[in-house]
Design a protein around this ligand. Structure first.
Ligand code: DX5
Ligand code: ZN
Length: 210
């Protein structure tokens, strides 16, 4: 089964509640919140506000993507998320283990993200203890970029290593390339621009899930 997680980074922030309701009704499974601190990535987002608005607007699962340095300090603020994903490039092994433990304590699902240049070998030691791997298909930091094709091979490689782990893909995904990602083994699709810029959001989400 393929699930869809619209990234509200591409939504109209002047009417964020309506935007969230619109993708909720259009069949989204999750709401993807991009949290950027201006350090791990150059860009900064009002991640906490986005998360709070999403929390009070929808019953869909909250999928929080932390693109921040010291992610261990951000977990508790986002503790109503259903899943929290942090970047392996932002932590050492000890911190990664601590974050995983804390998320388990809080009963929040655990995701680890890898940037396009990070090999899947970096996250293999954690697979038994986490719920999801987020394979970035663009450099984190901005919405509306073009998908980096070589990342599709990483999805395939990871799916060969582990049949069951959730593989989320994020960045530059649209109806022209989504099938390649699904065939490679991705089962959670993040999409911002492709969903929010469409006049028929339900059509896009349905097609992505097909
Ligand atoms: C990029 C973010 C993505 C982004 C996706 O750093 O993690 O979630 O918003 O947006 P699109 O689908 O427009 O590439
Ligand atoms: Zn994201």
């Amino acid at each position: 089964m393929v699930e869809v997680s619209p990234s509200i980074l591409a939504a109209d922030f002047n009417k964020l509640k309506e935007e969230i309701k619109s993708v909720d009704e259009a069949g989204a499974d999750y709401i993807h919140i991009d949290v950027m601190d201006g350090e791990f990535v150059n860009n900064e987002t009002p991640g906490f506000e986005m998360y709070e608005i999403a929390e009070e607007t929808t019953d869909k699962l909250i999928d929080t993507h932390l693109m921040v340095e010291n992610p261990e300090n951000w977990i508790d603020d986002f503790s109503k998320s259903d899943i929290i994903t942090f970047h392996i490039e932002a932590v050492n092994e000890e911190t990664a283990r601590k974050i995983i433990e804390r998320l388990h304590e809080l009963d929040i699902k655990v995701g680890i993200a890898i940037k396009p240049d990070t090999p899947i070998q970096e996250i293999i030691p954690y697979l038994e203890d986490i719920d999801m791997v987020l394979v970035m298909t663009v450099e984190p930091g901005w919405g509306g970029q073009q998908l980096i094709e070589s990342c599709i091979d990483k999805v395939r490689e990871l799916r060969e290593v582990n049949e069951y782990i959730n593989i989320e893909v994020d960045g530059g995904i649209n109806l022209d390339n989504v099938n390649k990602l699904k065939e490679a083994g991705a089962n959670i699709i993040v999409a911002g621009t492709a969903i929010f810029n469409s006049t028929d959001r339900k059509f896009v989400i349905d097609k992505m899930k097909e």
